[in-house]
Design a protein around this ligand. Structure first.
Ligand code: AMP
Length: 184
């Protein structure tokens, strides 16, 4: 496909996603403009293209696993894993996973939080893509990367549907490959 055709398709996808994402002001707390992805989930054709675009930089990267971050990261991570034909593993809030877990704490603006993964989810030799819906401050994705590395695996990159550029989440992920389909 000629590259200008590809650029046109990409621009069209970004425009459709931007028009479909729903802005919800003051949710969950005053001052937050929440990016609601449920209208994207409700459009199978758009969703299929979005997953394809999220996967694109990683198709020929020897990816062995996709890790999705609870909970909206599951909605994009699982189809992305199917797209790449590799296993999916969840990174979950504390106390949710039933077997042996490793955990990682991270600081948010006014509190700290914890993510857990099963100790056998990924290991030495694994090359992992971390998936979430929205990259905001980058704290969640950075903690997930650290957790995966503590389990002995390599993080090939982070893939999100939406990046809130003004929050500079990339700074927290310095040195890592960060891929977003839409930057707002
Ligand atoms: P952060 O750790 O700041 O990058 O936050 C990322 C997590 O919070 C992701 O799991 C997002 O789903 C969620 N999130 C943060 N800000 C927003 C927002 N404005 N709209 C939707 N989700 C958000």
């Amino acid at each position: 496909m000629p590259s200008d055709n590809f650029a046109y398709m990409t621009a069209t996808l970004i425009a459709r996603l931007t028009a479909t994402l729903r802005d919800v002001p003051d949710f969950p707390t005053p001052g937050i403009l929440f990016k609601d992805i449920t209208p994207v989930l409700a459009d199978p054709a758009l969703m299929r293209e979005a997953i394809s675009a999220m996967a694109a930089p990683f198709v020929h990267s020897g990816i062995t696993h996709v890790v999705g971050v609870e909970s909206r990261g599951f909605l994009f991570g699982m189809p992305l894993a199917l797209h790449l034909n590799v296993p999916f593993a969840p990174a979950r809030k504390p106390g949710k996973l039933p077997w042996k877990t490793e955990r990682e704490s991270y600081d948010l603006e006014y509190r700290s939080d914890v993510l857990e993964m099963h100790t056998d989810a990924v290991g030495a030799g694994a090359r992992v893509v971390v998936v979430d819906d929205v990259l905001a401050t980058g704290g969640t994705a950075a903690a997930t990367c650290r957790l995966i590395e503590r389990l002995g695996a390599t993080v090939a990159g982070v893939s999100v549907l939406v990046e809130l550029g003004f929050l500079d989440g990339r700074a927290r992920l310095a040195g890592r490959t960060v891929h977003s389909v839409v930057t707002l």
